[in-house]
Design a protein around this ligand. Sequence first.
Ligand SMILES: Cc1ncc(COP(=O)(O)O)c(C=O)c1O
Length: 505
Amino acid sequence: MDAEYQSFIKTLRAGHKPEFPADAKSIEYARLLDAQDKLSFLRANFNIPTRSPLRKRALDGTVPGAVKQLDISNGTKHVKGDAKEDAPSIYFVGNSLGAQPKCVRQYLNAQLETWASIGVNGHFTSLDNSPLTAWQDMAADCAQQSLDLVGAASASEVIYMNTLTVNLHLMMASFYRPTERRHKIIAEWKPFPSDSYAIASQLQWHGLSPSTSLVEIHPDPETMYISTEHILSVIDEHADSTALLLLPGIQYYTGQLFNIPLITSHARARGITVGWDLAHAVGNAELFLHAWDVDFAVWCTYKYLNAGPGAIAGAFVHERHHHHGHHHHSTPDPEKGVDVVGYLPRLAGWYGADKTTRFNMDKVFRPAEGAHGWQMSNPSVVDLACVRAALAVFGQTDMRALRDKAVVLTGYLEWLLMGLLKDNFGEPAFRIITPGNPLERGSHLSLLLRPGLLDRVSETLAAGGVVVDVRKPDVIRVAPVPMYCRFEDVWGFIEVLKTALEEAR
Ligand SMILES: Cc1ncc(COP(=O)(O)O)c(C=O)c1O
């Protein structure tokens, strides 16, 4: 079996679909796959919402999966549910909000104890037995823990600050410097709405308009697939007039993973700056941002990174944009948008100042090295503690191993879904709009349901303990996340979906 599991990885990694045996439709087979999974130990790091707390209406001091009751209010009793109710949900929504790592509580407690005990000195003091560094160094520490995650050459290429959309604006303030000749932004047809608003408002900020300066790359209207050739041809068509190419690593709606290295090098060779929104790619796909020569990237930490709702976000700035000579009187080069003898122009704040001079309260801004020089404010340490805890779980494995598991997990899901369609004669109840090629997708598959099915199907899924993401009018996004989802969960999801489709018919 182990050889078979390894051969699945190899086949899928080569961009092909493996032949699962006929008995792969059974729960026993799903459990065999789980037994081969070398990352199955990671699941124990998470509080997977159980079925009853998903319906929780009031705090009762309990946390799913926790043995001991938490003492948060006097007089609450441990609520004993029946075994079925307390079973873990099939939590396939890590592409929206990742499950909670258990160690978040420990990191937050460490922060609370530090603050209570040493107050303001926590900025500069790292206590023994604490998983946290001095508050001032927390963002840099998180950056150091993210090298494998994004493929950075050094921690100076990565910073944690603000939230995704804010960082997108800060990056565009530096990297989108339109000139009369190069003023266009190339994006895709359906960016996440926040990205659309950011792009349109940046254009307006510069006195431009989407009608003249925004180029949208459209998918094939039938399949919703955007071929790499098509992307490259749009780049070629607008090469001379484009300042910035801004794409998602993984398209949030279809789940398509783009060829980041090829698209980046093609655009950069034509003088275009390239930025990526990695909200759905970080912690999901393998990334090599430094080697791929990406100019900048932004991501949130609450999806595959599991740092909690709205947690502090990440940004990448390639090393070639770091070097600066501490000259603040310099002449900008309008074509490159780069202050050639000083540093890249930016919207600056005191936390972006070099750490050695940050507390000198200088009037002159001397940025910290690399991405760290884009920080603006003193960051929330509560937030950083959550990110640091979440990254500690990633520290138990690496992206290569996670991706190995992900291709098999999602490949198995796809195979079972295709089996469902085959077994149900007549008009197919759904179509998978995520690319079939494993190299062109991450963990999630988007199912486009036949019109009219969505409401009833999602009701039955919820009642069956399945948590997925619903995008009206007709799409459900199903994300078996390799960090904490099992092959048995994939099998269980298919069982519930089968019932849901039969009932909705
Ligand atoms: C692709 C993408 N971009 C941007 C955002 C917005 O992120 P935030 O609200 O953290 O700024 C999201 C949120 O889900 C997203 O999925």
